[in-house]
Design a protein around this ligand. Structure first.
Ligand SMILES: [Zn+2]
Length: 172
C-alpha cells in the first residue's frame, strides 16, 4: 500500500531523491517516467544507464551524487499541475543549498533555473539565481536520441563535467 497522497492532485506515484543527502553534486532531472514509477527511483530508463556508464568510464561513481527530479510526481490525471510543481521546486531549491555543483538535465529544467534554452547552454557551466552552486546544463539523453542526435554531444558534456569534478575534488 502506498503511504503518501498529494493533497493537491491525489497522485500516489512519488519519486523521491536518491543518493546521499550531503552529496557535493546534485543531478536535477525533469519528471518521473512510467518506468521510474514502476521501480520507485529516478533515471531508470536506458538514458540513465548511459549517464551512469559515461561517468563510471571516467572513474566517477554517480552513487555519490544526490539525484532528484524537479517534479516529484505527475498529477493523478497525468497532467502537469502548476501547484504541485511550485511545491516540488521549492523542495529541490532547498535541497540544492549545500551542494557544490548542480547538473541540470533536460530543456524544462534548464529553462526553469536559467531562463535560457538548453540549446544555448548544452555542455556549458552557468549560474542560476535560484541556486548557489554553479550549474552544468545538459539536454536529456532521451530527447537527444529522439531527435536523432548523437551520443557524442553527451560524452563531450560528461567529459567536461568530469574534468571539473576532479579538478575541484568533489568526489572520492
Ligand atoms: Zn500533486
Amino acid at each position: 500500500m502506498k503511504e503518501l497522497t498529494c493533497p493537491i492532485c491525489g497522485s500516489e506515484d512519488f519519486i523521491f531523491p536518491i543518493g546521499p543527502r550531503n552529496a557535493a553534486i546534485m543531478i536535477i532531472g525533469d519528471k518521473p517516467t512510467d518506468n521510474d514509477i514502476k521501480y520507485g527511483k529516478p533515471f531508470t530508463e536506458g538514458s540513465g544507464t548511459i549517464l551512469r556508464q559515461e561517468f563510471a568510464f571516467r572513474g566517477i561513481d554517480t552513487r555519490q551524487f544526490r539525484v532528484t527530479y524537479l517534479r516529484s510526481h505527475i498529477s493523478a490525471t497525468k497532467k502537469l499541475s502548476p501547484k504541485c510543481f511550485e511545491i516540488d521546486a521549492l523542495d529541490v531549491i532547498k535541497e540544492a543549498k549545500n551542494k557544490k555543483l548542480i547538473i541540470l538535465i533536460s530543456a524544462e529544467v534548464v529553462k526553469y533555473f536559467t531562463s535560457q534554452s538548453v540549446e544555448n547552454l548544452m555542455g556549458l557551466m552557468t549560474t542560476s539565481q535560484l541556486l548557489s552552486a554553479p550549474c552544468f546544463c545538459m539536454e536529456s539523453l532521451g530527447s537527444i536520441f529522439n531527435r536523432g542526435g548523437v551520443v557524442g554531444e553527451v560524452r563531450l558534456s560528461i567529459q567536461k563535467i568530469s574534468e571539473y569534478i576532479k579538478k575541484e575534488g568533489l568526489v572520492k
